[in-house]
Design a protein around this ligand. Structure first.
Ligand SMILES: N[C@@H](CCC(=O)N[C@@H](CS)C(=O)NCC(=O)O)C(=O)O
Length: 288
């Protein structure tokens, strides 16, 4: 029998799972109104065919609900759904078109490749960063993904997901598993990473200029805020920040390629405002 509750597929270390968790808290859903199923991304459980049947992209989060024919597979759609599902709570989607457009452009920016936190988590600017990654949990992440993808690709060679994903993961797998022996393509990888950090710095400055304050689009919390918080938390965590108000490790990491970079004052002020909210304190007791 189908469950009568919503079911959120999540993972503690998932950045974009933070969006529905904040949404549930902001909209006042009680913990017994939904179930959460953890899908371990480090073990690559998101690549199991059973999960690909829920979310064809193999990503977290997904949301199943009694009134949904198929689960929602994108954090943007999930947050919009939660917003509509509880009309008695303050609306997260802005009322007027210009503010809706503003919120959407902020959401698009933090979801874009330019601000992808994979840069911080998985890439390396130099050999020292690479060695640190090779003895960190990211090694396990990359290796487990490769093994899971190889396994399922050999069992299901015609499945549209596995071949493509394997092509994506293989170059990273090769770089991570080369041990202490540098491969010729490591240098190109560092160069590309440094370039991406410079782009990341520019995109962060653009984001800073677009924040209205006290919240991302003005006086009330909107969907935009609930996408930016998990992104920034993940970037800070990945860079080694432990105190939610200490941006220095993130700034230092970006500065290695983008000299003189500083996180803007608007971003810092916006973050302090968000950190005061109950939803933030519930979901981001610690950076993740
Ligand atoms: N556009 C998707 C992105 C989701 C996404 O990339 N989630 C990450 C975790 S935060 C993931 O599942 N990565 C695993 C993978 O790509 O294999 C969304 O907003 O829901």
């Amino acid at each position: 029998m189908a469950s009568e509750k919503m079911l959120l597929y999540s993972f503690v270390g998932s950045q974009w799972a933070g969006v529905p968790h904040l949404g549930l808290a902001e909209k006042g859903f009680a913990k017994d109104e939904y179930d959460v199923k953890e899908i371990n991304l480090i073990a690559a459980d998101n690549f199991e065919p059973k999960y690909i049947a829920v979310n064809p992209n193999g990503t977290i989060p997904s949301l199943a609900a009694p009134n949904l024919k198929v689960p929602l597979a994108e954090s943007v759609e999930i947050l919009d759904f939660l917003d509509e599902a509880r009309p008695s709570a303050p609306k997260l989607k802005p009322n007027d078109l210009p503010t809706q457009k503003k919120a959407q452009s902020i959401i698009d920016l933090v979801h874009s490749d330019r601000l992808s936190t994979d840069l911080i988590l998985l890439q390396a600017q130099d050999a020292e960063e690479m060695r640190t990654k090779q003895i960190s949990m990211w090694y396990k992440f990359v290796v487990n993904r490769q093994h899971k993808l190889e396994h399922w690709h050999s069992k299901l060679p015609d499945h549209p997901f596995y071949g493509k994903k394997l092509e994506e993961n293989s170059p990273l797998y090769e770089l991570y598993t080369s041990g202490a022996v540098p491969l010729p393509n490591h240098d190109a990888f560092y160069e590309k990473t440094r370039d991406r950090y410079r782009g990341f710095a520019i995109a962060m400055s653009e984001l800073d200029s677009s924040l209205v304050l006290p919240y991302a689009t003005g006086d009330t919390v909107t969907t935009a805020d609930l996408h930016v918080v998990p992104w920034l938390s993940h970037a800070m965590w990945g860079a080694g920040c432990t105190d939610i108000h200490d941006f220095i490790p993130l700034e230092n990491l970006i500065r290695k390629s983008a000299h003189g970079f500083e996180i803007g004052w608007r971003t810092k002020e916006w973050w302090s405002n968000m950190a005061e909210r109950k939803s933030f304190q519930e979901v981001f007791r610690e950076l993740h």
